[in-house]
Write a protein that binds this ligand. Structure first.
Ligand code: 13P
Length: 250
């Protein structure tokens, strides 16, 4: 059975006191045993988050990391540094990293390898832009991103990969893929994995949907066969709305 996962990507929001307040709000909630819940605060607040959540069923993830293990990379953070503060999950390939920080598929493939070498779990993001969808090439783009970012991995490596399909046109726009559009793409992703690896492997990978998920639309999206949860931006910054999404699984 695949894991049901809801992860909150806090992006560049919440200073230390806001982070602590939001975590305290989350701690006051009951997390359903059937769902894995993660939050990804910004770097400077990861250590506090880990400490505050030590006895809680909420995993703390980083939003990015560098591909090298150490060295002269001013301003960067390594996998080993994250591991040393108790963070063993990392989001890689977010469309904002791809667009604003020019992260390429080849770079992401390196980052993924480094994360796995450090025994971390990767939440790997990918998804087409609006122009791809209007030109009918969304499936080709998604397949290409998977191929270039992840197909160097062995089948057993995939035990440490969570996929997050985030169509760029749906991120922070209020525009959500319809549940049928999400299902169609998730089924395509699973088929692509099955062709490259095996059906058993394809069936075992959790594929999250991200892009304007809210408490009001989560149940319908999560109700689709190949959607295993969500990667949530804006709606994860409020405990009540985030928990509304966490509790949206039927
Ligand atoms: P929104 O939920 O704000 O659309 O953001 C989605 C996202 O980018 C999560 O990584």
């Amino acid at each position: 059975m695949r894991r049901q996962i809801v992860a909150g990507n806090w992006k560049m929001n919440c200073d230390l006191s806001e982070t602590e307040a939001l975590i305290n709000d989350l701690k006051a909630q009951t997390i359903p045993e059937t769902t894995s819940v993660m939050i990804a605060p910004t770097y400077t607040n990861l250590q506090s988050a880990v400490k505050m959540l030590a006895d809680q069923p909420i995993t703390v993830a980083a939003q990015n990391m560098h591909q090298a293990s150490n060295g002269a990379y001013t301003g960067e953070i390594s996998a080993g540094m994250l591991k040393s503060i108790g963070v063993d999950h990392v989001i890689l390939g977010h469309s904002e990293r791809r667009a604003y920080f020019k992260e390429t598929d080849a770079l992401l493939a390196e980052k993924v390898s480094t994360a796995l070498e450090n025994k971390m779990t990767v939440i790997f993001c990918f998804g087409e832009e609006l122009v791809d969808r209007t030109h009918g090439r969304e499936f080709d783009v998604v397949k290409d991103q998977l191929k270039k970012g992840l197909f160097h991995l062995s089948e057993s490596d995939w035990g440490s990969i969570i996929l997050a399909y985030e169509p760029v046109w749906a991120i922070g726009t209020g525009e959500t893929a319809t549940p049928d559009q999400a299902q169609e793409m998730h089924a395509f992703i699973r088929k692509t994995l099955s062709e490259k690896y095996s059906d058993a492997m394809a069936q075992s990978v959790s594929i999250l949907y991200g892009g304007s998920v809210k408490p009001g639309n989560a149940a319908e999206i999560f109700g689709k066969e190949d959607v295993d949860g969500g990667l949530i931006g804006g709606a994860s910054l409020d405990a009540e709305s985030f928990m509304g999404i966490v509790n949206a699984f039927a």
